[in-house]
Design a protein around this ligand. Structure first.
Ligand code: VGL
Ligand code: ZN
Length: 245
């Protein structure tokens, strides 16, 4: 049970420019949102870390065709195209990793970022990866995660390829598998069965749903609950004085 390793979810580049209507639109790219939202919610409910990476380019970079690179202008910092798709779940607990800040084609969420450091500090051993695009940023993020020593589940039904050449998506999945990633459909994963080792340690006689609900609260919501408890305590104390006095 508590032999289960600590996990994190990495949602790669689900940004407007990679979705239908964007400047580097991935066919059916928005279809990754539904499965990823489900996973985001499940991870957050259990207090497990969730990361979103974003392609975050300067307006002039050798990554773009205009300056010698391969790609149309996309995901320029602080533009609408660089924003996460509005249907993708947002939450205070989600950590955002910005990448592609320079002139290199840095496709991986680990390239030039502190993602590996953050994962290690959190004690994470296994990462689940999905998003856009299968044959570029997802693939490179998965390969780097393996190089960094993490176990990887590549969420095949929660990613879509650019496919400059047809077949690139399938080839990318094979590369990930050959490098040691477990390629899975998210529906195969029994995420609900996960048992948090901390909860497990206190298990006797506690209400797990209460703890899960509390883990999902924001700091503000927790503060509000604390204040109302304090108020209740004061009222009880005042009532006690009236009775004894
Ligand atoms: C990506 C091409 C260029 C990606 C980023 O997120 O997969 N692809 N920049
Ligand atoms: Zn890019």
């Amino acid at each position: 049970m508590s032999s289960q390793s600590k996990r994190a979810l990495i949602v790669v580049d689900v940004q407007n420019d990679f979705c239908p209507g964007g400047s580097l639109a991935v066919a059916r790219g928005d279809e990754v949102i539904e499965p990823l939202n489900k996973l985001i919610q499940e991870f957050l409910e259990r207090g497990e870390p969730v990361f979103k990476t974003r392609d975050w380019h300067p307006s002039q970079t050798k990554h773009f065709a205009d300056f010698g690179g391969a790609w149309p202008v996309h995901c320029v910092q602080n533009t609408k195209g660089a924003e996460f798709h509005r249907a993708l779940l947002d939450d205070l607990h989600i950590r955002v990793i910005s990448k592609g800040l320079g002139d290199e084609d840095s496709y991986s969420g680990f390239d030039g970022t502190d993602l590996a450091l953050q994962l290690r500090r959190l004690g994470v051993e296994e990462v689940w990866v999905g998003g856009l695009a299968t044959d570029y940023c997802v693939k490179n993020t998965v390969l780097d995660a393996l190089k960094e020593g993490f176990r990887v589940k590549a969420l095949a039904d929660a990613m879509r390829p650019v496919e400059l050449k047809s077949g690139d998506g399938a080839r990318a999945l094979n590369e990930m598998r050959d490098a040691g990633a477990e390629v899975v459909d998210h529906t195969q994963l029994r995420t609900q069965d996960y048992v948090d080792p901390v909860i497990e340690a206190y298990k006797d006689g506690i209400d797990l749903t209460l703890i899960r609900r509390n883990l999902a609260l924001s700091v503000d919501e927790r503060f509000e609950q604390l204040m109302s408890l304090q108020q209740l305590a004061e009222e009880l104390r005042a009532a006690g004085k009236r009775v004894s006095g």
